[in-house]
Each structure stands twice: as C-alpha cells, then as structure tokens.
Write a protein that binds this ligand. Structure first.
Ligand code: ADP
Ligand code: MG
Length: 590
C-alpha cells in the first residue's frame, strides 16, 4: 500500500482510543471541561452505565456560538496558546482533543450559551462529522449529550465490562471529583436514581460522608501540611479502618485525579508496620504545587503526572501522613472503659477486635516516640493508659512476663499480671532483630567474611535493582560486587545471617523490591533490614531451649514496638483476665 495521510475521522478514532476507553472516561472529560469553565453546578445523567447516554450539564462560562464548531475539532482549545504554556497549566484540559475524540465515537449534541449572550448554539456531531448547527441555548452554560457510545467501534464495545462495573467506575470518578471540588454542587443520576448530591458548600467532610457513609467520614483523620512549594491536605483512615486493597487510595495533584503508584507507595510507607499485611488504608490526598513543578502532559488521559522533584514530594506525603496519623492517634475513639468491662456475651470475635485496637493504639504511641526521638518516661506521654493494677503503663511496652513454655514448637506461652500471652516466636524474633539492627544502623555493621565467595546470577531486572542498591546493601554488612553481566559475587554477609546460604540471602533481599512499585530511597534500607531479619529469625516449628525461650521473651520486652513484627503482623495475642473470665462464664452471664 502507498503511504497516505489518514483522513481526519480515522485519525480522530485512533486518538480516541487513548482518551476514551470507557464510559467513565467520557464522564471524566466532560466533568473536567465543566470545572475548567468555572461552573458552580454540574449535573450528570447516565443511562445504562453510559452506553446509552451520558449528559453533563453545567452553568459555566459557555462556548461562544461562533466557536462551537471548533470545540470538536482536534487540537482546538481555549486553554493553551504556546508550547511554553505547557509548563504552567492551571486547567484540567489543555490538549484540545477530548471533545473531538468523544464525538468521533458517538452521537454528540453540544448546546451552549455564554454568560450574558442572547443566543447560543446547538450542534450535532455523528461519528466525528458535524451534521447540524442551529441557534439555541436557553440557559447560560453548556450541555453535552453523548449517545450510543462506541456505536461505530464495535471492537471497543466488546471490551466494556458488565454494566455494574462500568457504573461503579463512574460513581467512583464523580465522587472523587466531588471531594476535590467541594465548592461545586455536583449531582450524579444513574438510570433516574440519584447516586450523589453534594451541596457545594465547600465542606469536604460532608462530601466524604457521601462517599463512605457518615460513620467512616467521622473517623477519617485530617492531613494538613504546608511546605515550601508543596501543600498537602486531605483525609486518611485511622488504623482501625482498613480495606483489603488499595483502591480507596486517591491522589489529586493541583485538582487533577492522578493514578500514581509511587504516591500510593509513599502513603503506604507511612503506615508501614502499623497495619496488618494485606490491609490498606483509605485516603484522599490533595497536593498543591506550582504548575511548573509538575508535568501533566504524560498521557492523553492526563491521569499520569511527572514531578520535577519526586523525592521531595514523596517524603512530604510520607511526613504529612505520619503526622496526621500521630496527631490523631486513635486513643479518643478507643474509649477503653466502655469496651473493657461492658462487653456483652461471650463471643470471642467481638472481644478480640477491641483488643486488637488497643494494641494498635499502643503501637502508634511507639511510633510517635520513635519519630520524635522522645524518650520521656511512660507517665508523661499523652497516650499513657492504666494497666489493670492501676499503674500507668508505657504504651506498647509489655508488662513483666513469666515464661510458661513453648507449644507446637512455634508459640511461646507467657503469663502477665493482666492475663495470658501467646507469642509467635518467629514474628517476635523478627521484631527483636529488627530493632537491634536499626539501633546499630549508623555504626559500621559487622559482616562475616566468607571463606569462599559465592556467586549468584539474577534476572536483568533484579540485577539492575541490586546494582542500584549495592551501596546500601554493603552498609548492612554484606559485601557484594558486580561480577559481569547480571552476575554478582558475595564476599560477606551480615553476622546475624551467619551460616545461611549467602547467595540466597542476597536474592531474598532483592526480591522484595521486585514486586514493589517504586520504593522510597529513604526506606530501602529499613526494608532490607526487615527482610534480613525475617530470614535470620527463628522459624515456626523450631524447638527452642528454655534459655532461648527466656532470652527471646526478655529481648521482646525491651523492644520499643514489641507487639508487631516489622511487617506489621502481630507478634502476640493477649487473652486478658477479663476475657478468660467471660469465656468461662465466670462473669457477665450472671
Ligand atoms: P480541552 O479541555 O483540552 O481544551 P476539549 O476537547 O475538552 O479540550 O474542549 C475543547 C474546548 O471546548 C475547550 O478548550 C473549551 O474552550 C470548550 N469547552 C468544552 N467543554 C466546555 C464547557 N463545558 N464549558 C465551556 N467550554 C467548553
Ligand atoms: Mg477538556
């Protein structure tokens, strides 16, 4: 075939593939246009999950009738003039291709009236071709109606998910924008039923209640931090409120919803070791930074951004979240006296949950002290809680425990003044080693030189990871050198790993990062240490001598966060005297 320039409609359809993936993308672009037009009200009507019809009506600036044809022309925009403008974009749109793309894969009707104008215009576009333009427009603002989406691209239609899924995507999108723009009144109606109605009064927590329900909204913690060139505000969930996936983690950058794995990773880092493995917080975070410090022109869907100074942003997010978590440590909603004696019935699951909260609250106390470098004695910390014998107890610290023994070669059993403790020996040892390692972090760490260096070969991806982190690794007592393409030589390993397979030890440390999005440079070392400790810790199923059990218990008692392992799993289960009494029907049932 000869080389020919594609017809405009064909080019538009190709471009549309990137902008309009599904009904929710149409809603996103139209909503963004309304917000760019400074609307104070936006109503969104959706039928059949957007396949049949999507209507977005706003009371914004409107499009002058003389320009209405241009609105659906490709690369036609009122928001950008020169290439230099690309570096200071203050609007959500700028590429001038959304309307063109949507129009090329649907039947679109655009009606608009600018503020103060007598007449506006209505335009019909079918599959990218303008078929009709007339005078119209009764109200100031713009109404865009999109019908029969993808009617001319059957391949796309086939890729759409079930209606429920597409509908949920739209709900998720609109509710998030409603959170980002609390001063805009946003209504979403799906198949005639109102899904979301915000008041537009500017109160974000009120919108949050729309999104997650009143109770959750009440519990969400506020984040607010202003630094040079970076404002971070928003909401994060307390430790007691988690999800099994990271879907409820949302970031806005300068009013734009972005999907950015490293921002999410920064947030998760702040929760690290505080949440159970596999649990994720809810969060809506708004970043504000000078437009020239963020490149939004990465992808046609505009949901990816690049920061000129990513580390600054990520550590800012981390700090802000940490601070938010600690400032509102969950002690207020812990209300110990209400749950402790008054728990009704003998249902162990009901009893266990508050018990866990208690441990988590204590854990936050630990982190708070660790963070502020505050070594004040127990009684002075605002988090102090009374133990059952009435003496104030340092949060997180363990009472003196009396070892009873080991069971199943996996758990230690111990008794304290307030009941029985079951301790997971592996998790506990991990915690002990981790804290020891962290304490020694700035001293040169003892490595054990191998009699015979070991070599290991990695996949190219793992090899480049290791090459990047080789200095950090070597600070921890390893001595690893590059030894040709993807091959490394291990000359020493940390002393606490003495006796284990050196190549496997290195491999394990690197593997941790393979699954990860993009680790934060500041946290890489801590994660490597956690990994090393995991490997070095005694395993479940390993019989320990009485002395070993005893010393593990003593070491754990002296840890600053004894109740969780470095990966956030509990090291122990506490069966309080109270719980035991209730379980045995000695109390509560009479
Ligand atoms: P972009 O938003 O990138 O400029 P679009 O294709 O989304 O590109 O829109 C093209 C142009 O149409 C916009 O620049 C704007 O001038 C105008 N426009 C689109 N939607 C609206 C609206 N709801 N209100 C006012 N003007 C609009
Ligand atoms: Mg736009």
């Amino acid at each position: 075939m000869m080389i020919e320039v594609l017809a405009d409609e064909v080019a538009s359809q190709i471009a549309a593939g990137e902008v309009v993936e599904r009904p929710a993308s149409v809603v996103k672009e139209l909503l963004e246009n309304a917000l760019d037009a400074r609307a104070s009200k936006v109503a969104i009507f959706v039928e059949q999950a957007g396949r049949r019809k999507i209507v977005v009506a706003d009371d914004g600036d409107g499009i002058p009738s003389g320009e209405i044809r241009l609105a659906v022309a490709r690369h036609a925009t009122s928001k950008l003039r020169s290439a230099a403008d690309l570096y200071r974009i203050a609007t959500l749109g700028f590429r001038g291709e959304a309307l063109a793309s949507i129009a090329s894969v649907s039947r679109l009707t655009l009606t608009s009236l600018t503020r103060g104008a007598m007449v506006g215009a209505r335009m019909l576009v079918e599959g990218g071709v303008i078929t009709h333009v007339e005078q119209a427009g009764l109200r100031e603002g713009t109404v865009v109606q999109v019908e029969d989406l993808f009617y001319n691209v059957p391949a796309r239609l086939k890729f759409l998910k079930q209606d429920v899924t597409e509908r949920r995507q739209i709900d998720a999108l609109v509710t998030r924008y409603a959170l980002a723009y609390p001063a805009v009144r946003i209504h979403l109606i799906q198949d005639g039923a109102p899904v979301l109605q915000t008041s537009g009064n500017g109160n974000r927590r009120e919108v949050l209640a729309n999104l997650y329900g009143v109770e959750t909204a009440r519990q969400m913690l506020e984040v607010s931090q202003q630094e040079a060139h970076l404002g971070i505000t928003g909401f994060i969930s307390p430790l007691s409120l988690t999800r099994s996936n990271r879907r409820e983690i949302t970031f806005f950058v300068n009013g734009r919803w972005v999907q950015d794995a490293s921002l999410a990773a920064a947030l998760l880092q702040a929760y690290r070791t505080l949440l159970m493995v596999g649990r994720f917080p809810l969060a809506v975070i708004f970043l504000e930074l000078p437009p020239e410090m963020v490149d939004v022109n990465v992808h046609p869907a505009k949901s990816e951004v690049r920061f000129t100074n990513p580390d600054h942003i990520f550590s800012g997010v981390q700090r802000a979240v940490r601070r938010g978590l600690l400032a509102h440590s969950p002690v207020p909603n812990l209300s110990l006296p209400t749950w402790q004696p008054q728990l009704s019935g003998g249902d162990i699951s009901a009893a266990r949950t508050p018990g866990l909260d208690w441990d988590i609250a204590a854990q936050v106390g630990d982190e708070q002290r660790a963070l502020s470098g505050d070594d004040r004695p127990a009684g002075e910390t605002p988090l102090h809680l009374a133990s059952s014998d009435g003496t104030p107890r340092q949060p997180g610290s363990l009472p003196l425990l009396r070892l009873v023994g080991q069971i199943g070669a996996t758990y230690l059993v111990a008794e304290g003044p307030d009941g029985l403790y079951l301790i997971d020996q592996h998790a506990a040892h991990e915690r002990v080693l981790y804290e020891r390692f962290m304490r020694l972090r700035h001293a040169p760490l003892a490595g054990q030189t191998l009699l015979e260096p070991a070599t290991l070969q990695l996949t190219p991806a793992a090899a480049s990871l290791l090459a990047d982190q080789i200095d950090t690794l070597n600070k921890l007592g390893f001595q690893v050198e590059s030894f040709g393409a993807n091959i490394f030589q291990v000359r020493a390993i940390p002393a606490i790993l003495a006796g284990s397979d050196p190549a496997a030890a290195v491999r394990v440390v690197v593997e941790d990062f393979e699954e990860d999005e993009s680790p934060l440079s500041g946290e890489i070392e801590a994660r490597m240490i956690a990994r090393i400790c995991k490997r070095a810790a005694v395993k479940g199923g390993q019989t320990l001598s009485a002395e070993e059990q005893q010393s593990l218990l003593r070491d754990l008692e002296s840890c600053s966060s004894p109740r969780t392992c470095p990966h956030g799993r509990p090291t122990m289960i506490h069966l309080s005297v109270d719980l035991l009494e209730r379980q045995f029907g000695r109390r509560g049932s009479r």
